[in-house]
Design a protein around this ligand. Sequence first.
Ligand SMILES: [Zn+2]
Length: 472
Amino acid sequence: MQVTFHGAARTVTGSQHMVRVEGRDYLLDCGQYQGRRREAEERNRNLPFRAADIQAVLLSHAHIDHSGNLPMLVKNGFRGPIYTSPATADLCVPMLTDSAGIQERDAAYLNKRNERRRAIGMHHQAQAAVQPLYTLEDAQGTFPLFRPVALHTPAEIGPGLTYESRDAGHILGSTCMALTLVEDGRTVRLGFSGDVGRAGLPIINDPETLPPVDYLIMESTYGDRLHKPIEAVGDKLEAIVNRTYGRGGRLIVPSFAVGRTQQLVLMLHELINAGRIPAFPIFVDSPLAVNITEVYRKHSELFDAEARQFSDKGEDPFGFSRLRYVREVAESKALNDLHGPYMVISASGMCEAGRILHHLKNGIGDSRNTILITGFQAANTLGRKLVEEWPEVPIFGEMTKRRAEVQKLNELSGHADQQELLAWMKPLAGALKKVFLVHGEPLQQQALAAAIRERYGTEVVSPEAGETHELD
Ligand SMILES: [Zn+2]
């Protein structure tokens, strides 16, 4: 019985771990590696195992860094079942469809560019055509393989392997899981945290703990950090909206389509109902976010008490009179001609592509406006430059003066911080032989490893990519 760490090893992306029992291999997550183009391409295209040899996949949640390479697995011959929660299976349809579209458009763009360069003599030899990582067809080949399993329900995955999932409180449908491995009369219990969420996040329930396990694979994204308390976020949003509205300005909100957009809509709905902000026009301008919100509506059984108050009254938590969901490009463009204060929530979350760029281009030069950053911004992205309040930022390759105010709502982070991770694993600490830290940068992992050793005296390992560990 062993586990091999193929992805999210000393990095926060590309979650992919292989479990071997009774001579058969299973994958925990099949995430896409995101980062510099060449490296990402290399890692995502060249699977470190034979896809057809994988018996089954256990998927923790729908985020692309956990699910995004499933179509690649299928493209390479995997035909086994993908076990996950019902909401995750539903979310993966719009998410992987969107991801395939991005791959296809990226490849088409590069091919066009190479053609242009050859035409002007920059390339002397014909370049091989760039193939997308995977296509819409590959993504669609993935969907029939999903086997939804309800939380708290043990499922047999293969000879000597059963699993049971719990609510990870990270995004809708997110799970942590406990695996039981049996081989030669020996039993090993292995926990996998997936991404651990936080108590008090809007819409979804708080993270549940796992039953006792011998080994634990745990994420460490914010292993060195403490978040600001979530309770203050409503007051902060109220103040930002009212200040911008008072100036007659627009609120431009780059946002991730899954999770963050729905949280914002719900909080705005509550603030309007309580009369704390004016009922002014709000637009969710992202086809993906619209599709994801439909999956949220379908899974109201996963809502926390706060979000359930709306459903109990027969109200739609994600719909109110001044809110409009925008699918069509023409309608998105028309927003630029709108007068008076309004709010637009649009993708991408890090301002790297998509409709948000047009809204920023049109609104960034006006000091009445506010750009509200709601999520993590990776290095070198436009979002990061905005967070760092650069006076001029590149939009569509052109340096553009920023006069709009920039505000941040870091409180909504979906990842547990150091104290929350320690609290989450506390009920497990007594029985644990070893913790494997994954899904974190080295500095974050070192800080969390030190804290775990000090508090619980547990052995901690930060595996490198490709490292195998025996479980006994
Ligand atoms: Zn996640």
